[in-house]
Write a protein that binds this ligand. Structure first.
Ligand code: CTP
Ligand code: MG
Length: 374
């Protein structure tokens, strides 16, 4: 039996007031949409993933999610979004789930699948703890009660043929959720045990508990040949010397190693990937500007640099007296303080190509944090 997951992610998240789709808010360095998808993928109970997204979010979501996830454009209402996506589902059972419920547990997923298999349609639900009333402008008009009342969650799981048929009978009408469509046009809907933690992120306060940042580390390494007739640039600082480093850009080996460490920490490849040396626009390029561009690239994923540490391996010239200036310059480019920028220099005791003054190497590490404000 093949189980498909249909995730509704095509909303605007207006009530959350984050200025963009609430599913893109980060918690622990990961978007809520990724967390929701992972809850299913990691359950080992589901086989196929269809995510419905708005036209404006499509490119961002395509870059965010694994390639095997099928994307489909949503509609103006959740009902319309789900209807569009159902056409692409190929499983025998489909679990329809709000992208805004990232805390769904394996147990709830299993309850829904079992319920759909047994009864055709099953919705996760929890009994109402609190008494429910109707009110208009804070004036209570009547009591509804709590006995026999349930709060409905997702996933809502169905035999795919039944829910697809129900949605086609529903035409263009709008419903609260998929269970309501099923109840109206297919019949026999069951509740299965939901979970009080399976909340739908809706209002600004629902986002207050998110894990403020993830810490990531990266390493970078670079080496350039020392030749006559070139400037020696380290961390954007020109160092007086009778030789300089050879390269397509200004060959700032320190800026390159730090850039690679930063990109690697964000799992976003390396500078050769982003700024190919076959590209004429980078000929003689100021590597500090490339480093600043690297910060923009990782910023798109919500990361910023927290600290950097690097060791320059050079036999000559003696770099000690230049270290404060190199540190200050690099820190300014990284948008951090010199306190967060550890630069060391060492000779290799005459050993190897560095010892023979044929080249200079740099080994760097970077620590990134995800921006809590995304
Ligand atoms: N959704 C959807 N298509 C729509 C509207 C909503 O796929 N046209 C999705 C949302 O992305 C969300 C889920 O349905 O994951 C539940 O909807 P809701 O919590 O109302 O989210 P939003 O519509 O995004 O939020 P708001 O109503 O505050 O704008
Ligand atoms: Mg909505």
């Amino acid at each position: 039996m093949k189980v498909s997951v249909l995730i509704a992610a095509a909303g605007k998240g207006e009530r959350a007031g984050l200025g963009k789709n609430k599913l893109f808010a980060l918690s622990g360095g990961q978007t809520y949409l990724e967390k929701t998808l992972d809850a299913f993928r990691n359950s080992g109970l589901t086989d196929e993933y269809v995510v419905v997204c708005s036209a404006s979010d499509m490119d961002y979501i395509r870059a965010l999610l694994p390639r095997d996830v099928v994307l489909v454009e949503g509609g103006d209402t959740r009902t319309q979004s789900v209807k569009n996506a159902l056409d692409l589902v190929t499983g025998d059972i489909v679990l329809i789930h709000d992208g805004a419920r990232p805390f769904v547990s394996r147990e709830v997923i299993k309850n829904c699948i079992d319920g759909a298999e047994k009864y055709g349609g099953a919705i996760a639900a929890v009994p109402c703890r609190d008494t429910v009333c109707l009110a208009e402008d804070n004036d209570v008009t009547s009591y509804v009660g709590k006995s026999g009342l349930f709060q409905i969650q997702t996933p809502q799981a169905f035999r795919t043929d039944l829910i697809r048929n129900a949605y086609s009978l529903a035409g263009n009408k709008t419903f609260n959720d998929d269970g309501e469509v099923f109840l109206e046009y297919a019949g026999n809907l069951r509740t299965v045990k939901g979970d009080k933690n399976n909340i739908k992120l809706t209002f600004p306060e629902d986002f207050e508990d998110r894990i403020p940042c993830a810490v990531r580390t990266g390493v970078g390494f670079d080496c350039h040949r020392l030749v006559e007739g070139r400037k020696l640039i380290l961390g954007g600082v020109e160092i007086p010397h009778d030789k300089g480093l050879l390269g397509h850009s200004d060959a700032d080996v320190l800026a390159h190693a730090v850039s690679d460490a930063v990109l690697s920490a964000a799992a976003m490849r390396d500078i050769g990937y982003h700024f190919p040396d076959t590209d004429a626009q980078y000929k003689g390029a100021d590597s500090i500007l490339l480093l600043k561009r690297v910060l923009e690239i990782i910023g798109e994923k919500g990361y910023k640099v927290s600290s950097v540490s690097a060791t320059i391996m050079a036999e000559k010239p003696k770099l000690n007296k230049f270290i404060p200036e190199i540190t200050a310059n690099l820190a300014a480019a990284l948008g951090i303080s010199p306190d967060q920028t550890g630069i060391a220099a060492t000779t290799l005791e005459g050993l190897g190509f560095v010892g023979r003054e044929e080249g200079i190497c740099v080994h760097a590490t970077a620590v990134l944090v995800s921006d809590a404000e995304f």
